[in-house]
Write a protein of this length. Structure first.
Length: 164
């Protein structure tokens, strides 16, 4: 926040977009505070939500499960690109590197990718009923580590000269 005034619009846009994305994810995970504030679901969510909670990721409209369509397939594809393709593109193409840095997109280190792969393999082979909850925790923790110390950590510096 202290360097907000000297950053470009693209950097600010990227940071705001990521903040909104993580706020949305956090809100969805806690059903927007429904249990915390003891709020009852309205009739729409009671009828169309698998857990009868006020969130989108358990919503089923007709025969379409938003959890399977959006939160499984689309997010999985996006994460696959972010985890496996983006770091390679970042390293190989200077123009892509500049664009990702301009929009403050944190790039994973090799150990972040390895952590994702190992946690995914472990979760897949565990014969536990609620293993996906553990996977969500691993996922959130690894993302915290990526944002705390990305490969391109200079995107958080106050001025570009500190990189050189």
């Amino acid at each position: 926040m202290k360097s907000w005034s000297i950053k470009q619009r693209s950097w600010k846009f990227g940071m705001i977009l990521m903040a909104l994305l993580f706020l949305f994810a956090a809100g969805e995970e806690i059903s927007w505070g429904q249990r915390i504030f003891n709020i009852e679901s309205n009739a729409f969510f009671v009828e169309n939500n698998l857990q009868k909670e006020t969130n989108l990721h358990n919503l089923t409209i007709g025969n379409i499960s938003l959890n399977k369509l959006v939160f499984s397939k689309i997010i999985f594809g996006t994460l696959l690109i972010y985890i496996l393709i983006l770091p390679v593109v970042y390293l190989l193409f200077h123009r892509a590197q500049k664009l990702m840095d301009d929009f403050a997109i944190p790039i994973m280190e090799a150990h972040h990718v390895l952590a994702f792969i190992i946690s995914t393999v472990i979760i897949v082979i565990i014969p536990a009923e609620r293993k996906w909850e553990l996977y969500e925790f691993c996922f959130a923790f690894i993302f915290l580590m990526i944002f705390y110390n990305p490969f391109n950590s200079w995107i958080y510096k106050d001025e570009i000269s500190s990189v050189l």
